[in-house]
Design a protein. Structure first.
Length: 151
């Protein structure tokens, strides 16, 4: 019984070290979305084209945006050179946290459309996010996978 406390301490220490290692892979890089797919797809209401590749369906002014995460927990959405709206700020800030729950890695970004995403892959220069979508008015549940690459 006296070793149970030591085991719990070691387990918690490993989790904190894992989060710290993952945070080091995340911070001080410029992340850009390089793939964004949704399953199942849905029919575009105007031209009835099946949409599964959200990146191709995204305007160029949003595709050149990039994101940074700093060690102080600040997430910044940087607008690229193309602007969707001339009144948009060059960048906007929010807070981010990385955590583990139920054997999954979660990235929370306050005030963004995603709020919390499952980080399925995080390695040097690449991360994959998994996002569950609420139904889009058609009652179909969807999931999306987003790949971000360090530039």
């Amino acid at each position: 019984m006296k070793y149970v406390g030591l085991f719990v301490l070691l387990l918690l220490g490993c989790t904190k070290n894992t989060v710290r290692q993952d945070e080091q892979l995340l911070i001080d890089r410029q992340w850009q979305v390089t793939a964004f797919t949704v399953e199942p797809g849905w029919l575009h209401p105007q031209d009835s084209v099946l949409i599964t590749n959200l990146l191709l369906a995204t305007e160029a002014c949003a595709r050149d945006d990039f994101y940074t995460f700093d060690a102080n927990g600040i997430y910044t959405h940087h607008r690229g050179e193309l602007r969707c709206n001339s009144n948009e700020p060059v960048s906007t800030n929010s807070r981010w946290t990385l955590s583990y729950n139920q054997d999954k890695r979660w990235l929370s970004i306050a005030g963004t459309p995603y709020y919390e995403v499952e980080v399925q892959r995080l390695e040097e220069g690449r991360m994959d996010w998994y996002i569950d979508f609420l139904p889009l008015g058609d009652g179909v549940s969807r999931s999306a996978k987003m790949t971000l690459t360090a530039r």
